[in-house]
Design a protein around this ligand. Structure first.
Ligand code: FAD
Length: 677
């Protein structure tokens, strides 16, 4: 990949003197742009050249990637240009954009197999090709395709042609994306090999950009595989490309590992716990062997996530910095006492992918700081209105659960190129690690930490799109990769699985351990009561694993009572098989009481089961049982607390307030413990 060093431009973007005016004014950034070669300069080659032979043209100009467009209003041409730029800047492809009518098609059978052709084709009117693509379409889909060489359709004449397709259509018309679909079918029939999936953007649903972004990343991954390309990164070793610390960047990270210095841990096993297709719950085993990290049963592990590729792309496109995503930026505090929240120097891409909480719901205040940088008067007015009117903001933005980039996209399709990056660094939170209750026992597996995580993919009421949890979808992608999928894309999302400078290759994830007070009694013969529906069962799997191991060694283990709840026995009753094994090891000491909320009416939850077993619960409390609650803080934990107060009052013949008081007392003395989120 030789990007002309002559083209190297040092762009000193002093990011706007007026920053101080609109922000706390703490940061500014300087961007150097080592990848300043512009694909648009490569554009229009055919128009000026003589040949109509694309193979010749590419040879003459040293290209290995042609992006043909069939465009009526210019949108497909725009997308073609963007692909050309991205291909050149990220992967060092020698790209050219070509109007499809500027070339002949009867020599496509001589297209070499180390090059690639993209077809970005709009469908016009009632399933028709755009004016400039009519001839191409007729050639390819005609009854007897004839090539200059004399090859006919039966000879699979295009067997050396690698191609990529993206169609622009409108699903309110009957023949949705007919053009690209037919071209794709025809090319395949002639033996050509498509790379990636056949992308389709839908203008009718207003999701063209969304569809494009979701399609593009897995396509690049497939293309880099097929053409043996490497994504290009700045070679400068002082630049942070996503590494959490300087030591990680320099490849000399060592313990003690902590919240400021995560351990890049191998995921040694991962599997799905649900039996249903539409929801996911992950079980992962993370090795901490050799790290000097330790944990105790009941502790938390923090996972350092990365943002999804499509969201990173969206963000960079919305702020008009996609073209220079790998440019090196230096973020400095204007005020020397201000701590810059992200490692620097870095790149735009790394900053958004690894360091900024770019997918969180956007705040009204932050949106309003962008008014001054709006691309036109109308968008500016809209932002001012959003900033001033709480209800309007709720209706247009919060209700849809938009992140910052989605919010701006909903206002205008024009990029907000004037927004200083420093403002974004300052206005968005630093990407936070997410905590998980460790679901294994340190006594049983001291070098391996289990995680039990439900993958967040929810449609909140009113939202027009699914909300995809940052960390859990990243973990799902890692699981898919580990289980043999070379290009994982959970829910259409892709991730930089191999991490900065490929340092996470081989399925690694940055983690640290946080110690908690959520602990088993030191005397295993003491009874315990655990309430843990859903993933709230996580730490209790660890507790039970530990007590089962002790029982197997012949130690006396007290009653171990678990209340577990989920929707249906055969869908999301996680670890049910394991519990049977533990039951064999522990005998009567283990009691698992279940509540399946979707197996009948009325719905039964753990708190109902708790009430039904009031006598047993009360008896165990008399024997000084510890009481544990884990999981949903909003409803479940509060109700369990109430129910327990009632149980105590009722069983001991006390007034209700006295029961509540007893629970309070249990909390303060440490015999009622919560691990809720
Ligand atoms: P995030 O991206 O953080 O999103 C989380 C939620 O935020 C979404 O579901 C949505 O409701 C909201 N949200 C996100 N983006 C938007 C938006 N643009 N607009 C509106 N709303 C939005 N989880 C487990 O599965 N298992 C455990 O054992 C476990 N233990 C925990 C222990 C502790 C001490 C704590 C604090 C949490 C624990 N959690 C556990 C929760 C876990 O830390 C994560 O919060 C969870 O996995 C979601 O992370 P995420 O990055 O996938 O989702």
């Amino acid at each position: 990949a030789q990007l002309d060093t002559l083209d190297l431009v040092v762009l000193v973007a002093l990011l706007v003197g007026s920053v101080a005016y609109f922000t706390k004014g703490t940061y500014w950034a300087v961007a150097k742009d080592p990848y300043a070669a512009s694909a648009s300069a490569m554009n229009g080659a055919a128009k000026s050249g003589k040949t109509r032979n694309i193979v010749e043209k590419m040879d003459e100009t040293g290209k290995n990637c042609v992006i043909f467009y069939g465009s009526q209003t210019g949108t497909a041409e725009d997308y073609a240009s963007r692909l050309a730029k991205e291909g050149s800047q990220r992967f060092g492809l020698k790209t050219m954009v070509a109007d499809i009518e500027d070339y002949d098609y009867d020599n496509l059978d001589t297209f070499p197999d180390d090059k690639v052709a993209f077809f970005v084709l709009a469908t016009y009117g009632e399933g028709e090709p755009t004016d400039n693509a009519v001839e191409f379409y007729q050639f390819l889909t005609g009854d007897d395709v004839a090539f200059e060489s004399g090859a006919s359709a039966d000879d699979q004449p295009l067997s050396s042609l690698k191609y990529v397709t993206f169609g622009l259509g409108n699903n309110t018309y009957e023949h949705y994306n007919a053009m690209v679909r037919q071209v794709d079918t025809a090319l395949t029939k002639l033996g050509a090999k498509r790379i990636g999936s056949a992308g389709e953007g839908d203008d009718g649903a207003g999701t063209m950009e969304e569809d494009f972004l979701a399609w593009k990343e897995p396509m690049w991954t497939a293309l880099t595989d097929a053409m043996n390309l490497q994504e290009r990164f700045p070679e400068d070793e002082t630049v942070y490309l996503g590494e959490p610390t300087a030591a990680h960047r320099e490849g000399r990270a060592k313990g003690p590992f902590s919240a400021h210095n995560p351990f890049i841990a191998p995921i040694v096993e991962s599997r799905e716990l649900f039996t249903v297709k539409d929801r996911n719950c992950l079980h992962m085993e993370i090795s901490i062997a050799g790290s000097n990290l330790s944990y105790q049963t009941g502790d938390h592990i923090a996972v350092w996530p990365t943002n999804a590729g499509a969201e990173v792309d969206r963000f960079l496109e919305v702020f008009g910095i996609a073209d220079k995503r790998h440019s090196v930026i230096n973020v400095k505090g204007i005020d020397v006492t201000a701590k810059v929240p992200i490692p620097t120097p870095t790149t735009y891409d790394a900053a958004v992918r690894y360091y900024m909480e770019a997918c969180a719901p956007v705040s009204r205040q932050f949106v309003s700081t962008l008014a001054a940088f709006a691309p036109d008067e109308a968008s500016k007015n809209e932002i001012v209105r959003l900033g001033a009117d709480k209800d309007y903001f709720h209706e247009k933005i919060s209700n849809h659960c938009f992140n910052i980039a989605q919010a701006l996209q909903s206002i205008t399709s024009k990029p907000f190129s004037a927004v200083p990056f420093s403002l974004l660094v300052e206005g968005l939170n630093k990407l936070q690690p997410r905590y998980y209750s460790i679901s294994s026992s340190s006594l049983v597996q001291k070098d391996k930490i289990s995680i039990t995580a439900v993958v967040e993919s929810v449609r909140l009421p009113g939202a027009s799109h699914m909300i995809k949890g940052v960390t859990t979808n990243y973990l799902l992608a890692l699981k898919q990769k580990q289980n043999g999928d070379p290009t994982p894309d959970p829910h259409g999302l892709t991730y930089s699985i191999t991490g900065p400078r490929n340092k996470y290759d081989g399925i690694h994830v940055p983690v640290h351990v946080r110690h908690s007070n959520f602990k088993l009694p030191s005397d295993p013969s003491k009874p315990i009561i655990m309430v843990g529906p859903g993933t709230g069962v996580a730490p209790f799997r660890g507790f039970i694993q530990e007590r089962a191991a002790l029982a197997a060694k012949g130690e006396k283990v007290g009653t171990t009572l678990l209340f577990f709840g989920c929707r249906k026995r055969d869908e999301d009753f996680i670890y049910s098989d394991e519990f049977q094994t533990y039951q064999e090891q522990m005998g009567d000491a283990l009691k698992v009481i279940t509540a399946f909320s979707r197996e009948g009416t009325p719905k039964v939850y753990v708190q109902h089961r708790l009430k039904e077993n009031a006598e047993l619960v009360s008896e165990l409390l008399k024997q000084k049982a510890n009481f544990y609650v884990c999981g949903d803080a909003a409803n479940m934990a509060r109700e369990v607390n109430l129910v327990l107060g009632h149980i105590i009052a009722e069983q001991r013949g006390m007034p209700a307030e006295k029961g509540e008081e007893m629970v309070k007392h249990m909390r303060s003395s440490g015999s009622y413990q919560e691990d809720v989120w």
